[in-house]
Design a binder for this molecule. Structure first.
Ligand SMILES: [Zn+2]
Ligand SMILES: [Zn+2]
Length: 466
């Protein structure tokens, strides 16, 4: 058997995760796509979403999904529209998240296309969404849930895979694949996105001790983001913002960050460390995702019941109420999405609050290149939205300690679990400096052989004559 791997995304960048694994025996060929993510951020990356894949979607047999972030699952509706009819495997919480995430993604794309057409500022005439909500509905029947630590056999046992908790978001997984050849078996480990150690909300990333081939993410391969005291930092930002008499607008990812933030706000309020100001969660998706936690008590550390509710907290579901928030005066906290300020209700909050010197914008977590969030983090004095240049006069703060990603130290801690170095390691899912920094450490300090930072569309033959 010949086993090869092609990098269809997350190579020298953090989005578009897609790895095509091909098992070839004589004329027989099986193809598995590990993750099926959308490219996001820079325009040159986003344009890749519209290019045809180097493989016919109909020829892919199986998709194995590590988690429900759009940069790992957001290309699925396009894949299905273009002919994929195989099975899609993921954990049970990921199944629940997937419909929420994909429908939201489709809706945003439909709205963006409609808005671009109405305003006439699109370069494609007319603008078309990459996929629609109808396309998403054709994905969902193909999805099958798999429990953590439960192996699944495919292709007459030629391939087995197993999900291990990655501790990154609800339902996130590391995918361990075993390829069974005529005489030998080989272990392939796809880290997915790795979470943090000692998170109050999620479990630690599962230790993996052996692999022949390893793909490891490197989002923070060059940075330590672990805060000594995230609670104190949060209290500091919140009090400073409210002392200015303005509003605090938090751009938080609907999945994960919003819930971690609510966990901390609830704890701080219960301990009397947080001023009694109204807290609005203005993110329909964030609300739906929060409702999933009680359904999957085994997938997090918060236990059963209404894990996020506290007095003063209001979940804003109606769009009209969301708009009314713009007229509210006085101190308050608005938590909205998307986390990188690329779409969603946060946009109209930014439009109103960025020009006000008394207000504060708090960015939580990783801001990818080319996003509004990254521009704001980097000190942009104007940002474009609704086709207008909006001045930035408010305070902009950024807290890295709340990121859902393992930082450099945590990546090295996870990698330190390998008792023997993998025979080949691919460093993926990182911007070039981050990926190279992690690769360098693995080569020079850990002495690992064959550490590669792959290029987009590069193919590697992993095993021949297996
Ligand atoms: Zn992720
Ligand atoms: Zn990711």
């Amino acid at each position: 058997m010949k086993v090869s791997l092609q990098f269809l995304g997350a190579a020298h960048c953090v989005t578009g995760s897609k790895y095509l694994l091909t098992l070839a025996r004589g004329r027989q060929r099986q193809q598995v796509l590990i993750d099926c993510g959308l490219f996001q951020g820079l325009k040159e990356l986003r344009l890749r979403n519209r290019e045809p894949l180097p493989v016919q979607p109909a020829e892919i047999d199986v998709v194995v999904l590590t988690h429900a972030h759009i940069d790992h699952c957001g290309y699925l509706p396009k894949l299905v529209r273009d002919g994929f009819q195989g099975r899609i495997f993921c954990t049970e919480p990921t199944v629940d998240l997937l419909s929420i995430m994909l429908l939201d993604s489709a809706k945003l794309q439909e709205e963006e296309a409609a808005f671009a057409n109405a305003k006439g500022f699109s370069h494609h005439h007319p603008a078309t969404p990459l996929y629609t909500q109808a396309d998403v509905l054709r994905v969902l029947p193909l999805v099958e849930s798999v429990a953590y630590d439960a192996p699944v056999s495919l292709f007459a046992d030629a391939l087995t895979f197993c999900f291990r908790d990655a501790g990154h978001i609800l339902g996130s997984a590391i995918a361990e694949l075993t390829v069974q050849g005529a005489e030998q078996r080989k272990q392939l480990v796809f880290s997915g996105d790795l979470g943090r150690y000692a998170s109050p909300v999620l479990h630690d990333p599962t230790a993996i001790t052996a692999a022949d081939v390893l793909l490891v993410e490197s989002t923070y391969g060059d940075r330590v983001t672990r805060s000594q005291d995230p609670e104190a930092e949060l209290v500091g930002v919140v009090h400073e913002a409210l002392a200015r008499g303005g509003m605090l607008v938090v751009a938080a990812f609907a999945v994960g960050r919003t819930q971690t933030l609510l966990y901390y706000l609830k704890k701080l309020r219960q301990e009397g460390r947080l001023l009694l100001v109204p807290v609005y969660v203005d993110s329909p998706m964030g609300i739906r995702v929060s409702d999933l936690y009680p359904r999957h008590p085994g997938a997090h550390r918060l236990g059963h019941g209404n894990v996020f509710d506290f007095s003063g907290l209001r979940f804003v579901t109606e769009a009209s109420e969301s708009k009314q928030l713009n007229e509210k005066k006085g101190a308050a906290i608005i938590i909205s999405a998307s986390g990188m300020c690329t779409g969603g209700r946060i946009i109209h909050h930014l439009y109103h609050h960025l020009p006000r010197p008394e207000d504060t914008l708090l960015l939580i977590g990783y801001q990818a290149e080319g996003t509004r969030g990254r521009d704001l983090q980097d000190g942009a004095t104007t940002v474009k939205m609704f086709g207008e240049l909006v001045p930035v006069r408010c305070q902009v703060r950024h807290l890295d300690g709340f990121s859902a990603h393992a930082d450099r130290q945590e990546l090295l801690r996870w990698l330190g679990n390998f008792t023997v170095a993998p025979k080949c390691t691919f460093v993926v899912h990182g911007e070039p400096a981050a990926a190279q920094a992690l690769a360098h450490t693995l080569r020079e300090k850990s002495g690992w052989p064959n550490v590669v930072v792959p290029d987009y569309l590069e193919t590697h033959v992993l095993f021949e004559g297996l």
